[in-house]
Design a protein around this ligand. Sequence first.
Ligand SMILES: Cc1ncc(COP(=O)(O)O)c(C=O)c1O
Length: 377
Amino acid sequence: MPVTIAPTLAGMATYPFVRLEEVRRRLVADGVEVIDFGKGDPNEPTDPIIREALVAALPERSPYPLAQGLPELREAVAGWCARRFGVALDPDTEIVPTYGSKEAIFSLAQVVDVQGRTVVYCEPAYPVYERGALFGGARAETLPLLRGRGFLPDLDALHDDVALVWVNYPHNPTGAVAPLSFYEELVEAAERHDFVIASDEAYTELWFDEPPPSALQVSDRSRVIVFQTLSKRSSMTGYRSGFVAAPAEVIAALKAYRPTVGTAPQEFVQRASVVAWGDERHVDETRARYRAKREVLMPVLASRGWEVVASEATMYLWVAVPTGESGEAVALRLLEHGVIVSPGPFFGPSGEGYVRFALVPTLEECRRAAAILEEQL
Ligand SMILES: Cc1ncc(COP(=O)(O)O)c(C=O)c1O
């Protein structure tokens, strides 16, 4: 072939959810009615006040959005951070809007100097930390998240070659929550070994007991970069709207980097986002919907001896397989009955022995799935 594909890309395994999607399509084509707990894309309606704000903001002409974002959006984000976490951020220097959070997570390794050094992420994991590190020319190293440690990493394993550490709490896929003391310990380790902390907080708003903390709440956030998104909080995956909150020099670097990539959210999306960050009623309702789905599935799993582990927050149930089967074998078995779940090893080797349910089907579908599980587990 005359075109050689970049080796970092060519060397990558298929994004695991692509495989799951292929199987799902095949089943649907065969007329099987599938209930899809696989991919974590909320199936919830976006609240009408947000949709109406988007429509009202649609201009006759829509010029290129600026990387710095609309001042109204940065102020709305700062206001939300103050109300939710009690932190005061300067909307002009410490916040930049992003096109969802994935692109910003991926490209961080091109903004912070990690070339030839080590980027650490914890596994099981969302796959983007590793991919961003590799495309950014860094080495990727993992820390296992194990049940015995409450799915928190062993910070003693960090060392002086580490340039950047990714954490993600509430955690996808386990649903574990980190206490504020964990973030403080991580900051101490960062000072000891001179690394930067990147905290992916996509799920802080999907909680069932107590609102989880943010890494923004540590006493010294000079090494802390936080990634937030409306995707899960406000069921807005398709809108692509999030933000990074970080020290002024990081935000200045992002404002310099991002115009070359062209990832500023559309201004009509930014105006809808102002409304989304300013409203908690729809987020309460979203939590109530996820809670109802948990309450349908958890008793069935428990009655069959399937233990739901961690899962204190997020839209996920992390379920220990009691049968000695691999996560993949269980997922394939359930697939035959039209129930799609993600095998734990999709997220890394420490996911073996687990499957993940993303509570994205409707409540009615969850009830049907519960009936199937009752028979098949
Ligand atoms: C852990 C985690 N972080 C970040 C994201 C990115 O979401 P978005 O780009 O929609 O903000 C996801 C999406 O599934 C996720 O699971």
